[in-house]
Every structure is written in structure tokens, then in C-alpha cells.
Write a protein that binds this ligand. Structure first.
Ligand SMILES: Cc1cc2nc3c(=O)[nH]c(=O)nc-3n(C[C@H](O)[C@H](O)[C@H](O)COP(=O)(O)OP(=O)(O)OC[C@H]3O[C@@H](n4cnc5c(N)ncnc54)[C@H](O)[C@@H]3O)c2cc1C
Length: 493
């Protein structure tokens, strides 16, 4: 029997005796794994294969009681603790080398209270789990667009998708939580009992405790919605972008729209000579009446220039998994994002030009339309940044061979720099990669009172039990990644 070495919050290794470790593992109701166990490597894998970190212990928690035991253990030994919901965070926030991973991914239960229009959601639920429980009742919680994404991380960082313009961000629908605190206590929070905490939980990225149950206000959304892809060939891509821009200027809240620039996949609905060629895909989702959809989508579809038009009435749940195959788990992924005010000619040209130099067949640039209800809530009404942006640009690449890391990352960074220099805003908190530095973290929370966020974190977690490894809250003497000293505002968080 040998002792176990964890990463300590101070940055130095911490040795935990076999006896302490066994006591914890015996007390947990769920299974736990250490390096060398048969299922260890499969269990530690997350969506982005670029992240290859080895926790010292993985606790597959069965509920708040298990979570509380882990928190008390991590606190007592001053070791790094991380949390996994759906495991989709591209920067791999769920994993730390030598950390204690509180794995919530089995807690996927969703219960729907139709009368009160509330969804009670487990912390490991995916967007698919949420939709599968709510849609049979004609209800929905507005969320993201890839069904395997975790509800937990998405909500705590904001959460946008097809329904954001109509009803706002996912975090705007959060009405209550059950949370394990840094002391290992379990609290129920609502706007009546803990309004500051609730403000912080709505988009600021978490870090106050471990949420073991989410409660969301649902919306009524009858099926079908009018949605699907409209595909334009290379020579018509500028025109497609102009149409998206015109459409965005006049769009009702019922219309959400995504534009994707990339290479044509070998899909059966595209002529074979197009495969691999630059194309633009416009994906509208209209949740109004079929007549309103016909009217509002007409400018996008006009004059038959599209090489494929798959827009049709379809179930919302079908739309929610339309992009799953292209965003599969286990590839190497690198993204950068930037909120923008407008898709003007110059920005359109930057995006078009970059999309002619794709570093891999899956690399792409997406522009997701925001505004509507997102922007109608005042900046600062929750801890989500950039409420006033009109759209977000996401520059993404996905590949398999580590030898291609440099080319893919360089393309994303170079393209993002051009977009950022024009926009000067910042990106989405939930899309920050592991190499993001303080300035990017701060700019992702533009418009948010960082002092207030920091105050709430210090109130609920004065010792930095939930602080990211290497951050100033966890270990005051540590210099942050990227070699930059923490800025005063970030240090306050
Ligand atoms: C393919 C793909 C598509 C995406 N599409 C969208 C989209 O359409 N819209 C959008 O808004 N975002 C989208 N995202 C981003 C997504 O919101 C973030 O990646 C988010 O972090 C995922 O949450 P998760 O629970 O799966 O992540 P995890 O990696 O499990 O968790 C990320 C972090 O969130 C915190 N956390 C998770 N669970 C808890 C908890 N219970 N209590 C406290 N803290 C917790 C922890 O810090 C954790 O490390 C997408 C991501 C991917 C990879």
C-alpha cells in the first residue's frame, strides 16, 4: 500500500496516506478510480482530445452526499479539485493533473413539472437529456446547438442557441439550484434566499460551489419549427453573407440564424463536384407560424442561387442534433471566438479570405446571430458578458494528428486576431481554450461587474477550494499561465 500524490492548491505536491484515501473511497456511494484502474483512461477522457490530463482520483458521484465528501476531502488536504458535467469544455476545465475530479456525468436525470413549467435537471445532463424530457410536453429550456454538450457548464457560462433571440440565454432561465459549498454543506438557492449567488451563477463561469441540481423555467414551444440548411457555392458566399446581414437587421425574435463557412462535406444532398470546395451554409431556425417563417426566410432563399435548400418544418429535437456528427468527441479541437456588433463588408471579407485557407477539412468559421431577448436584458443584469453584441464569430478547427497542431492552431489564432482587431470586444467565456490569458478571461466578461463577481466568490469560497488550478485565488503567489501577472480585476475574482 503506497501513499497518493495529489496536486496541491499551493502548487506543491500533496501526499495523502493510503488510509485517508481508502476512507474516502469506502465512504463514497459511487465508484472511484485511480491511475492504473481498468476504466481510468476511458473515464478521464473528455470531448477535446487535446486535453490529456491525469487526475489522481476520479469520484463518480451519485449525488450531493458524495460531492460533499469530496469537497471536504479536497479542502482538508488542500488539493486541487475539478468538476465535470458534460465534459465539453474545450479548455478542459474539468480536468487537472493530480487533481480530485468530481465526476457528475452519471447524474443525468431530468424531471419536468408541467404545471409550474419547471425542469429539474441533474448536473450531468446533456442538452439531449434536457430536450428528451421537455419536448414531449411541448416545452423547452433554451440551450445550445450540439446535443452532447453538458447543461451544467453551458448554463454557468451563459448558454446561447437557436432560441436565444426569442427568449434569452440559458442562464436567464435558471431559477434555483442545489449547491454543495466549500464547507461541504448543501444549500438550496433561489432569488429569494440567495439573490447575489444566483446573479453570479447566471453566466459568470461558476466557482462558488458545486451545483448538484439545476431548476429552470421552461418555455412553450410547439413543434414543428421551420429550420434546415441553405447551401451556397464559393462564388455566392459573399451574397449569402449579405443576405444574412440584411435578414439579421429585420429579423423578428422568432428567427435565429447561423452562418458556417467551410469546405463542403461529402454529403448526399450536395453534388459530388462540390465536395471539399468552399461553401457557405446558412441555417435558420424559425419558431413562429409557418406563414411567418415563409415570409421571414424569403430573403435568404430568394432567386434559386442556393445549391441545396433543406429548410422545412421539422421537430426541434431533430434540429438539436443536426450538427452532432460534425462535432464528435475525441478529436483535437481548438477554437477562438469574438463577439461582434455587425457583419460589415470588411469583416465579411476577412472571414471569406480566411475560409479559403482552411488548415483541415473540418476547419470552419461560424457566425451566430444574437440580439433580440439576449440584448433586451440590461448589461449586468446577470453575470454573463456581451449581452449587447449582435453576433458571435467562432473560428474553429478539428483534426486528429498531433503533428498538425501547429498549423491548425496558427490558423485559428491568426484569423481570430484579424477579427478581434476589428471588433475589440472579446470572446465567449465558455469557448476559452487552455492557453487563454487573463486579458481574454476579463474581456469575455465585458459589461460584468468583476468586483461583484469576486465578492460573491470570496463569500462562498474564501479559501479558493473551487478556484482553477494555478489561479491567484487558489494560490496567491502563483503567476498565471502565459507569463502574465494577474490584473487587479482578475485577481479580485
Ligand atoms: C461541440 C460543442 C458545442 C457547443 N455548443 C455550444 C452552444 O451552442 N452554445 C453555448 O453556449 N455553448 C456551447 N458550447 C460550449 C459549452 O457551453 C461549454 O463547453 C461548457 O463548458 C460545456 O459544459 P459541460 O458541462 O459539458 O463542460 P465540463 O467540461 O463538464 O465543465 C466545464 C466546467 O464547468 C464547471 N462546472 C460544470 N459542472 C458544474 C457543476 N455542476 N457545478 C459547478 N461547476 C460546474 C466546472 O468549472 C467545469 O470544469 C459547445 C461546446 C462544444 C464542445
Amino acid at each position: 500500500m503506497s501513499d497518493h500524490v495529489f496536486s496541491g492548491r499551493s502548487g506543491a505536491p500533496v501526499t495523502v496516506s493510503e488510509q485517508s484515501m481508502s476512507e474516502l473511497r469506502r465512504a463514497l456511494r459511487g465508484p472511484s478510480l485511480v491511475p492504473g484502474d481498468a476504466e481510468y483512461d476511458r473515464t478521464r477522457a473528455i470531448w477535446n482530445a487535446m486535453i490529456d490530463r491525469r487526475p489522481a482520483l476520479i469520484a463518480r458521484c451519485t449525488g450531493a452526499e458524495d460531492v460533499a465528501r469530496c469537497v471536504r476531502f479536497a479542502r482538508r488536504h488542500e488539493i486541487v479539485l475539478t468538476v465535470r458535467g458534460g465534459g465539453h469544455n474545450i479548455g478542459g476545465r474539468a480536468l487537472a493533473d493530480g487533481g480530485l475530479l468530481v465526476d457528475l456525468s452519471e447524474l443525468r436525470r431530468v424531471d419536468v413539472d408541467v404545471e409550474r413549467e419547471l425542469a429539474h435537471v441533474g448536473p450531468g445532463a446533456t442538452l439531449h437529456d434536457l430536450d428528451a424530457a421537455t419536448r414531449p410536453h411541448g416545452m423547452v429550456v433554451p440551450s445550445g446547438i450540439v446535443s452532447e454538450t453538458g447543461v451544467a457548464g453551458l448554463t454557468l457560462g451563459g448558454g446561447f442557441g437557436w432560441l436565444s433571440r426569442r427568449w434569452g440565454l440559458t442562464c436567464d432561465h435558471l431559477v434555483g439550484v442545489e449547491m454543495v459549498t466549500a464547507d461541504g454543506d448543501v444549500v438550496e438557492a433561489t432569488d429569494i434566499t440567495h439573490s447575489e449567488l444566483m446573479w453570479g451563477l447566471r453566466g459568470g463561469g461558476g466557482g462558488f460551489g458545486i451545483v448538484t441540481a439545476f431548476r429552470f423555467q421552461m418555455r412553450r414551444l410547439p413543434d414543428p419549427v421551420t429550420a434546415g440548411m441553405i447551401v451556397f457555392r464559393d462564388e455566392d458566399r459573399a451574397e449569402a453573407m449579405a443576405r444574412v446581414r440584411a435578414c439579421a437587421a429585420n429579423a423578428p425574435d422568432e428567427l435565429g440564424c447561423l452562418l458556417r463557412l467551410g469546405a463542403a462535406p461529402p454529403a448526399p444532398f450536395l453534388a459530388s463536384e462540390l465536395h471539399g470546395q468552399p461553401i457557405a451554409i446558412v441555417v435558420p431556425c424559425h419558431t413562429g407560424s409557418p406563414e411567418a417563417a415563409e415570409r421571414d426566410l424569403a430573403p435568404l432563399r430568394a432567386d434559386g442561387r442556393a445549391v441545396a435548400d433543406l429548410v422545412a418544418p421539422r421537430s426541434f429535437i431533430e434540429l438539436q442534433s443536426m450538427f452532432d456528427a460534425g462535432e464528435a468527441k475525441g478529436r483535437r479541437d481548438y477554437w477562438k471566438s469574438e463577439y461582434v456588433t455587425e457583419l460589415d463588408d470588411e469583416l465579411a471579407e476577412i472571414l471569406l479570405e480566411a475560409s479559403r485557407r482552411l488548415p483541415s477539412p473540418s476547419a470552419n468559421i461560424k457566425l451566430f446571430q444574437l440580439g433580440g431577448a439576449v440584448a433586451r436584458s440590461p448589461v449586468g443584469s446577470t453575470s454573463a458578458g456581451h449581452r449587447d453584441a449582435r453576433a458571435i464569430v467562432v473560428i474553429a478547427s478539428s483534426w486528429d494528428d498531433p503533428a498538425d497542431d501547429g498549423t491548425n492552431i496558427a490558423w485559428v489564432q491568426h484569423t481570430w486576431r484579424l477579427v478581434h482587431d476589428r471588433s475589440g470586444r472579446g470572446g465567449y467565456l465558455n469557448f476559452l481554450t487552455e492557453d487563454a490569458v487573463d486579458a481574454e478571461l476579463a474581456s469575455s466578461l465585458a459589461g460584468v461587474d468583476l468586483e461583484r463577481l469576486g465578492r460573491i466568490r470570496r463569500t462562498w469560497d474564501s479559501d479558493g477550494v473551487f478556484a482553477p488550478p494555478g489561479s491567484d485565488r487558489a494560490a496567491p503567489a502563483v503567476t498565471r499561465r502565459g507569463g502574465e501577472s494577474a490584473s487587479p480585476t482578475i485577481a479580485a475574482m
